[in-house]
Design a protein around this ligand. Structure first.
Ligand SMILES: Cc1ncc(COP(=O)(O)O)c(C=O)c1O
Length: 363
């Protein structure tokens, strides 16, 4: 029987959730609210929807579904390059930033190498590392935050990548400018720092690191951003990476030629133009955060203050039990470990559904 390498068999598969419609049917519930995947509850910008529909129905448009997409993402890269003040060859587009984590691992890791990352952090980092036969060195969070000093201590001559999610998923915590600066000073040359900023647009604290500064200094850094979160395009799968030209060039060799669809590229291009939608998203997130903090405080539930669009809650009870009870009331959250859940900040009525269900459970 054909067998994959041992390091592939050893990977714990990612368990996808069931479609919401299926869950509702199984449980006999309706109007459930999904607060499990850190999506934008407002959806994409109305401008994006209008322009995409226009383009799809206009026979003269460049958005023809019978044609392959522009494999180089010319217009989107041009727009990003202007916005970020970097050249187009310092940008790589991905089928979600998830794909770029994978491409970075495939480009820079081989069996015997190590990648340093926090735990718990984004589950894809250890998977992408293991898939190359490399070893994931997981450093426990300190006060729910990346312990960058301990992560720097964990670097050895075998280390090739350090993954940092800032803000972190699942805890929503942020490393400060000073912490990041101290860390970057300690990272030896020849190690790629993957700075995953999937939630950067939600950050409200003023001392968020300026990762682009390190790119300008010529460091081995890859900054990852996505259109899945604040831009509300998770279903279209598009994200981007910013790095030195030689780093992006090497990654491009392993990027599938048509990895981002034409609709995704067009949608991202329009999404960049709708500053109002981002503002509305920020407001609804802040409003939701304030409401949830107040309600959680009032029932004495613990939570970790967040810089993203989700809240991590350490529990006294079993997380899976709470998840199941909430599910039966039509509220879908994400159990994270044995004693933690993560809840996405939703629309006001969705947040209220979560709080009402939680209050019922807590008696
Ligand atoms: C920290 C972090 N990075 C990357 C991603 C991947 O996002 P996408 O592939 O949708 O761009 C996620 C998604 O949840 C995330 O939480």
């Amino acid at each position: 029987m054909v067998k994959p390498p041992r390091y592939v068999s050893a990977i714990q598969p990612y368990v996808p959730g069931k479609p919401v419609e299926e869950l509702e049917r199984e449980l006999g519930i309706r109007d459930s609210v999904k607060l499990a995947s850190n999506e934008n509850p407002l959806g994409p910008s109305p401008l994006v929807l209008k322009e995409i529909i226009n383009d799809l129905t206009n026979t003269k448009s460049s958005l023809s579904l019978n044609r392959y997409p522009d494999g180089n993402g010319y217009y989107l890269k041009q727009a990003l390059s202007r916005r970020l003040s970097v050249s187009e060859d310092e940008i790589i587009l991905g089928n979600g930033s998830n794909e770029l984590i994978d491409i970075a691992a495939r480009t820079f890791l081989q069996p015997g190498d190590e990648a340093v990352m926090a735990h718990p952090s984004f589950v894809v980092y250890p998977m992408a590392t293991q898939a190359q036969g490399a070893t994931a060195i997981q450093i426990p969070l300190k006060k729910y935050t990346h312990n960058l000093d301990a992560m720097a201590d964990a670097i050895t001559s075998s280390t090739k990548i350090v993954f940092i999610a800032n803000p972190n998923n699942p805890t929503g915590t942020m490393n400060t400018k000073a912490e990041f600066e101290r860390f970057m000073k300690r990272v030896p040359e020849g190690i790629l720092v993957v700075c995953d900023e999937a939630y950067c647009e939600y950050v409200t604290k003023p001392d968020y690191p300026d990762s682009m500064k390190y790119l300008a200094q010529g460091k081995d850094i890859l900054i990852l951003r996505t259109f899945s979160k604040m831009y509300g395009l998770a279903g279209l799968r598009i994200g981007y990476g910013i790095g030195r030209k030689d780093i992006i060039g090497e990654m491009n060799k392993l990027r599938p030629p048509f990895n981002t669809s034409s609709i995704a590229q067009k949608a991202a291009l329009w999404a960049l133009q709708d500053e109002n939608h981002l503002q509305r998203t920020r407001e609804i997130n802040e409003q939701g955060k304030t409401y949830l903090y107040k309600e959680l405080d009032s029932i004495g539930m613990k939570y970790v203050p967040t810089e993203a669009n989700f809240i991590f809650m350490p529990l006294e009870h079993d997380a899976h039990t709470l998840y199941t009870i909430l599910l039966k009331q039509g509220v879908i959250v994400r159990p994270m470990g044995q004693h933690e859940i993560r809840v996405t900040i939703g629309l006001p009525e969705e947040n209220k559904r979560f709080i009402d269900a939680l209050k019922k459970v807590m008696g």
